[in-house]
Design a protein around this ligand. Sequence first.
Ligand code: NAD
Ligand code: IPM
Ligand code: MN
Length: 361
Amino acid sequence: MKLTIAALPGDGIGPEVMTETLNVLRAMNLDMDVREGLVGGISMDTHGVALTDDTLHMAQQADAVLFGAVGGPANSPWSNPANKVRPEQAILGLRKGLGLFANLRPVKVYDALIDASTLKPEVVRGVDMIILRELTGGCYFGKPQENRGEAPNREAVDTTFYTEGEVRRLMRMAFDLARGRRKKVVQADKANVMATGRLWRAVANEMAKEYPDVAYEDVLADALSMHLLRTPRSYDVIATENLFGDILSDEAAMIAGSMGMMPSASLGDDMNAHGFRRGLYEPIHGSAPDIAGEGIANPIAMILSAAMMLRWSFGLAREADRIERAVEKLLADGIRSMDLKSLGGKTVGTRELGAAVIERL
Ligand code: NAD
Ligand code: IPM
Ligand code: MN
């Protein structure tokens, strides 16, 4: 069956890492139909919005979506806070428009990169966790969300809102994921302050009873941010609401050593007409305006996101393994991107890294 893939490179280093990723997929001789579309700042310049209805439609029709990154430097016209249109609306619109309520962010420390982390090797060795972030609720989408009034009386409001159903479907995925792993779920909230936190905690505890084989614990999110740096190895699946998941996953990226190594999968629970699970796959990093155009971005996060696509949307576990093993091999061979240059070894640019993956497939 032909795999229809929407490739949305976006801005900054997005197109650079997307090119290498598509090269890797093509080198695997998969039967693919890749359709490219504009998102983010480049779409704003061309169409006046970050995500056009046509591009959203293309993503909805595809069997899976590969997404690079969107956004410009702080001083770019795209970043003006007074704008109604912002590059980041592209990724938010895709998540919502595709019903992708769960974001899987695996955090894995490769032995070869053990010294890339700013934490001590004995703390990070063997870390292997998944942060499961709720992706279509919370303060990202709650209404009202607005800035109002005039100086000196300006005000702003964001609304954190969750329904029991939204909590339940995310926690269901967390418990099911844990069953295929080390059978531990930690749920992070602010139940000591927030009503939504108390809802998460109540629903998660009720559901834990249906999973007696899984060890379940709730933790306050602020405390978890500390425990993550102290004993990262003890975590298996961390389930949490949208905003906390955003923050905790960037923190966890530095346990692994670099944002350039961190893939993600955003999933809903519906299958499309071809029997594929709908998903969007993207690195957790942004458009890295500070290094865009220099050809030094690490494409591994994007390439590993494509491996997640093969595994989660297409059920091609063997092909996903091939990519993941090729990445592990090149790291073991001492090949490094610039973000990992502190490790020594041979430092190469984006293109060479993509080629190094292909050589090792
Ligand atoms: P960023 O993730 O783009 O960059 C943070 C730091 O990590 C930078 O120093 C960057 O050079 C480095 N880095 C990131 N990815 C790398 C890679 N693959 N290889 C090597 N180094 C890498 O975060 P930021 O600078 O805070 O944000 C820049 C823009 O990206 C903003 O507009 C932000 O909103 C946007 N953003 C988009 C997404 C997305 O599209 N999903 C995610 C995060 C941030
Ligand atoms: C991420 C990013 C996005 C988020 C931004 C770009 C909207 O930081 O994917 O982690 O906050 O979800
Ligand atoms: Mn983020």
